[in-house]
Design a protein around this ligand. Structure first.
Ligand code: FAD
Ligand code: SF4
Length: 333
């Protein structure tokens, strides 16, 4: 690991001023915030991330969960994943988020991992994590060995000829379905970013994963007020029962009025280059009778544009079944 300076900024303004001196907030940033450290320290040990300055956010007052004046939930950037998953309001009103977080990593990791850190966790693509290998995301222009190599865990939605890496987060899939908003503070002021606009598709610039710029500090995430009567399920399919990333997952937030689905928010994990909201599945569901045939139709719609690689074609049918089963489970609750 490269020698680096570890700094404990006195307040958010000091952290932002120092971080703004970096040339980028994306791959290879010279200044990095650290929260739980469960992503960053791993990548520093592997020499995938080599910041010269690391700014510890853990003393900043960003660790509260509060009800907003509109009745939503404001979640501080350094709220631990375990605290968030077990918060009574989250368990009651945003069950899909609680389930998603508790399906991720291990209890020890969730006790360290934070809300903002989880938003910014990096792909588990093996080539990205090995500096001896080419990788367009880590070293732009060097190529993508995953295209002709090991791609079983990688994405089938949102890929480009430059990168097919999966976004591995469980929490983000639930936040996409809940239509969260990410709040950022920078030297230019505060701004709010809709969840769907926060992560970027790889396109020609896979090294750029989010809209963040140097000096951007995520301060909190806001969930909209709970949807009365909504049925929520997170279903994660993986190679083993715990401590494993998703092959496929589905976050479902639906309302059923009479026999019909009256509202649907659907997101998928383990298959997209970003947390994957599916307006196609939502459109297929709304206004239709909630039955098995409809759930299959919605799942087909969600995966219509999926593009398999040499080893991960199985994910397409797996995800259809995952989403259909999650919908079936939701209506049965
Ligand atoms: C063995 C293992 C298994 C795992 N399994 C799963 C799993 O099954 N599902 C899953 O979803 N996740 C899994 N994870 C990932 C884990 O959820 C993430 O590592 C964790 O959420 C990252 O949070 P952190 O606070 O530790 O981030 P850090 O490592 O502290 O930071 C991550 C990134 O976020 C940036 N950052 C942090 N806070 C801010 C902020 N406020 N503003 C701007 N930038 C910020 C940092 O600069 C860094 O670039 C696993 C991790 C490990 C090590
Ligand atoms: S899929 Fe993306 S992260 Fe993986 S090797 Fe290719 S460019 Fe790198």
């Amino acid at each position: 690991m490269k020698i680096f300076e570890f700094i404990r900024p006195a307040n958010s303004a000091a952290a932002i001023t120092t971080a703004a001196q970096a040339k980028t907030a994306q791959q290879g940033a010279e200044v990095r915030f650290i929260a739980g450290g469960t992503t960053l320290v791993d990548l520093m040990k592997l020499n995938v991330e080599t910041p010269s300055r690391v700014l510890d956010l853990n003393r900043l007052p960003l660790d509260q969960i509060e009800v907003t004046p509109e009745g939503g939930l404001k979640i501080g950037a350094t709220v631990r994943n375990s605290t968030l998953a077990n918060h009574p309001a989250v368990r009651r009103d945003y069950a899909v988020l609680s389930q998603a977080i508790l399906n991720g990593a291990s209890a020890q990791l969730r006790n360290m991992a934070t809300t903002a850190g989880n938003l910014l966790q990096r792909t588990r693509c093996m080539y990205f994590r090995d500096p001896a290998m080419p990788c367009n995301k880590r070293a732009p222009g060097t190529g993508c060995p995953a295209l002709a190599g090991s791609n079983r865990m990688l994405a089938v939605l949102g890929t480009s000829e430059n990168c097919i890496a999966t976004n591995p987060s469980d929490m983000c899939v639930a936040m996409a379905a809940l239509e969260a908003t990410i709040h950022v503070q920078s030297q230019k002021g505060a701004r709010a970013i809709a969840f769907k606009d926060f992560h970027l598709l790889p396109g020609n610039t896979p090294q750029r994963e989010t809209v963040l710029e140097p000096g951007d500090l995520i301060t909190h995430v806001v969930l909209p007020p709970p949807i009365p009567g909504s049925k929520q399920v997170y279903l994660k399919l993986r190679d083993r029962a715990s401590y494993e990333f998703a092959l496929s997952s589905a976050a479902v937030v639906i309302n059923v009025t009479g026999q019909n689905i009256s509202r649907a928010r659907i997101a998928l994990g383990g298959v997209g280059t970003k947390p994957w909201r599916s307006p196609e599945a939502e459109a297929a569901l709304v206004g239709q009778p909630a039955d098995k045939a409809l759930f299959r139709k919605a799942a087909e719609a969600a995966m219509r544009d999926a593009k398999p690689q040499s080893e991960n074609g199985f994910k397409i049918e797996l995800t259809k079944r995952c989403l259909a089963h999650a919908l079936q489970t939701a209506v049965a609750t």
